[in-house]
Design a protein around this ligand. Sequence first.
Ligand code: ATP
Ligand code: MG
Length: 253
Amino acid sequence: MAKIMAVANQKGGVGKTTTTVNLASCLAAAEKRILLIDIDPQANSTSGLGRFPKEDEPTIYEVLIGEVKAPDAVIATDLPFLNLLPSHVRLVGAEVELVPMVAREHKLKEAVELVKDDYDYIIIDCPPSLGLLTLNTLTASDSILIPIQCEYYALEGMGQLLNSINLVQRHLNPDLSIEGVLLTMFDSRLNLSRQVADEARKYFPDKVYETAICRNVRLSEAPSFGKPIILYDILSTGAQNYISLAKEILSHG
Ligand SMILES: Nc1ncnc2c1ncn2[C@@H]1O[C@H](COP(=O)(O)OP(=O)(O)OP(=O)(O)O)[C@@H](O)[C@H]1O
Ligand SMILES: [Mg+2]
């Protein structure tokens, strides 16, 4: 049965999608059976893997509103061990359409029940908000991986995120744990990066991964070719960093 991992931080542009796509790809390269679920209406993980669902093709939106079963919306990617449950901009409607539904926070959890046994890991790319889509994800997940950008105000908003995690643990999913905190866009030459790393390690004792993801232009180029970094430039620092993160996560079991 799959371990289900949310990649979440309500802050925008911190590396959630880059981490989801590349961690999922590196684990798939290690022959773990992976499902990436894109639950962000921006659909950046979907396009980052070179997939662009047409109007009549089912996506996470149809799954959440109950029109389609999850297994019927899953598609293949260029990596044999990596499948994708894609997103589409029409998912913006779901934040509103889910509101009147019974057990509205449990839609994703119910949906993944049908695919859980087919994978080793299910990794979910969240939108930059703490709305119903993220709540659905935290309700469905065993753990949350929090990317933190090594920038000014990196930890601003962390209280709010931890508060949401607490609320979910109390009311929706008592088993949710923090998988780890990932430093992204790290630049060892900058004092600021090192300061953020120190602060994060104080704020989250024992939760910050040893692997930090360095700022690397190849990581930002790869999505425009619809490729994960290991297919775009395996020798880049970005690829090596995500391979190292995958190893670290596998060693934790
Ligand atoms: N390590 C890195 N080095 C260089 N560029 C990066 C790195 N990580 C992410 N980026 C770039 O930074 C931008 C934001 O990254 P990304 O889309 O992964 O963040 P996000 O948290 O998913 O954003 P959103 O909140 O909008 O969903 C993208 O243009 C991405 O290519
Ligand atoms: Mg994103």
